[in-house]
Design a protein around this ligand. Sequence first.
Ligand code: SF4
Length: 109
Amino acid sequence: MRTGCKGCTEDVKLTMEQIARMVSKLDRFPETCAEEEVYATRLAACRACPSLQYGTTCAHCGCIVQLRAKLRDKTCPAPGGSRWVGDRLEANRIASEAQKEPRGCTPRG
Ligand code: SF4
C-alpha cells in the first residue's frame, strides 16, 4: 500500500530517528523551545489523542507533534480547545499573575 503524499513521492510516515534528528536541530535554539516538563505533558496529551495519526502527525494541522510540541509558542489545534494540559496550566498561571498585578494608575490627591 502506498503511503506517500499525493503531491510528491515523500512518505508521510517518518521514523523516530528522523524525528529525533529534527528535534535535535530545534534544541540549537533553546529560546524557541518549550521547557522539558511542558514538552513532556504536551506529548503525553498527543499520545492519548484520537487525532494523532501514525503516532507522529496531528490530523488537525498536519504537524509532526514531536516538533510542534517542542516549539514554545505553538498551541494544540484541537477544535474543542487545546488538549495540552501544560498549556492550560501555563494559561492559568499567566491569568493568576495578571490578577495580582495592579491595573492602571491610582490617582493621588
Ligand atoms: S489535536 Fe492537539 S493533542 Fe491531538 S494530536 Fe493534535 S496537537 Fe496533539
